[in-house]
Write a protein that binds this ligand. Structure first.
Ligand code: EPU
Length: 416
């Protein structure tokens, strides 16, 4: 297994181009099951999760080829309707094949995802929503067996906004008869990107970006060309890399409006932030100021940036309180940061971070995608050598992060 070695203490400088968003690419890939024909996806990040979803589509009969950052997907010959356990267990988003298969072909058999490193992550709201649209579901041997003649519109009120749950019901509803209303829908930019992609394919979706989506079902969708939006979490991770090293980093080809909550917090830690049309520049300080933060659904502070921000706050000049309200167990990185000299006390959903003047390099282990990113960031700021093992977590969602960081001046390399 590869690991990443970092010699910390170098201030990062320069520009880095943000890749396409994994969490926008995956649901859009799932939505291609709603059409028949060839689609071109542009600006697709070359990350492991995209490869895994391509395997899911291939297992269903799709033909896929890549051309640089373009993915060409042909769904003409979908003739299998099962997403197997092996693929769903490696990536939960594979579960998103269920709704589109059901809407387009009237049947699907998809493995239940199970728990994961950041919490229980049930899919009960996905299943209840599909049932409300008329799906008949049976759970057997760890699989959801689903069938329906044609789905029909319904009103679905989520008790809590769920990102992939909203995306799942949205995809199923576009081909249903009548009107579907999703109340308390997730407002994340990735949900909006999916709604826009479906609209390009001929769907009628109103309210994307608000908490109420109204979908008028149509009989069929046509293939279209889609540009994947820039990855706000990848971009945000590079901004924290600039801040944590006291450097000067500009991310290019991003959508600053998607980063507002993060930029507010970076400013609160004392970093200077400049914002352009499609770029953001962060100039870090020698030591950050402490700052409390609470994760929340968009437009709140993203849970997917919590671990990276924690890395920054470990070196702050005082005490910060982080409250994780989205997932119940998303502090696996705290103990690993502790191995580098950070002082973090976990109290239920809160992490009390007492800033220390210096982190020290250490061997650490990645436990999930964003936790891995926080360890890399801590390693960039630490004195001495940090090795991060289990980097396959990182490869799921970051495109060549070590290459991009090295281009900013970091002393970082991947070793087998
Ligand atoms: N929830 C339920 N029941 C459900 C669905 C969700 O109780 O049926 C709960 C979850 O357990 C959680 C809360 O609702 O407590 C919100 O979870 P959500 O469903 O919004 O998360 P998700 O859709 O499974 C997506 C991203 C995650 C990101 C979260 C929150 C994708 C593929 N994944 O997950 O991304 O953390 O939204 O923004 O879009 C990552 O990229 O590292 C990552 C984990």
């Amino acid at each position: 297994m590869d690991y990443i070695e970092i010699e910390g203490g170098v201030q990062l400088h320069g520009h880095v181009r943000v890749s396409g968003a994994k969490n926008a690419a995956l649901p859009i890939m799932a939505s291609l099951l709603l059409t028949t024909g060839e689609t071109c996806l542009r600006n697709v990040p070359r990350v492991r999760d995209v490869v895994t979803f391509a395997q899911v589509l291939r297992a269903l009969g799709a033909k896929i080829r890549t051309d640089g950052p373009e993915l060409i997907v042909d769904t003409t010959a979908i003739d299998r309707f099962e997403a197997p356990y092996d693929l769903v267990k490696t990536m939960r988003a594979s579960f998103l094949a269920l709704g589109p298969l059901l809407a387009r072909y009237g049947r699907a058999r998809v493995s239940l995802p199970g728990g994961c490193a950041i919490g229980a992550r049930p899919v009960n709201l996905h299943l209840k929503g599909l049932q409300a649209l008329g799906a008949r579901l049976e759970l057997t041997q760890g699989y959801v067996n689903a069938c329906a003649d044609r789905l029909h519109g319904a009103t679905i009120a989520f008790p809590t906004p769920t990102v992939t749950g909203t995306e799942h019901i949205l995809m199923a509803a576009v081909l249903a008869t009548g009107t579907t209303i999703i109340e308390n829908a997730a407002c994340e930019p990735e949900v909006v990107a999916l709604a826009e992609a479906l609209t390009r394919m001929g769907a009628h979706v109103a309210g994307a970006g608000s908490s109420r989506l109204v979908i008028e079902g149509v009989p069929r969708l046509e293939p279209a060309v889609h540009d994947i939006i820039p990855d706000r979490i990848e971009g945000g991770t590079f901004l924290v890399a600039g801040a944590i090293t006291g450097g000067d980093v500009t991310i290019d080809h991003c959508r600053p409006v998607h980063l507002s909550a993060l930029l507010d917090h970076l400013r609160a830690t004392g970093a200077a932030v400049e914002v352009g049309d499609d770029w953001v520049r962060v100039i870090g300080t020698e030591r950050a100021s402490p700052s409390d933060l609470v994760t929340a659904p968009y437009p709140g502070f993203p849970t997917d940036m919590q671990a990276q921000m924690m890395a920054l706050l470990t070196r702050a000049n005082g005490r910060s309180v982080i409250s994780e309200t989205v997932f119940e167990n998303r502090y696996m990185h705290a103990a690993e940061l502790g191995r580098m000299g950070a002082e973090i006390h976990l109290e239920g959903a809160d992490a009390i971070v007492i800033g220390v003047p210096q982190l020290y390099g250490a061997p650490v282990m990645a436990t999930d995608l964003r936790a891995s990113a926080s360890l890399i960031l801590a390693g960039l700021a630490a004195k001495g050598i940090t090795t991060v093992s289990r980097v396959y977590h990182l490869d799921r969602g970051y495109e060549q992060i070590e290459v991009k960081l090295a281009a900013l001046g970091a002393k970082i390399r991947r070793l087998p």
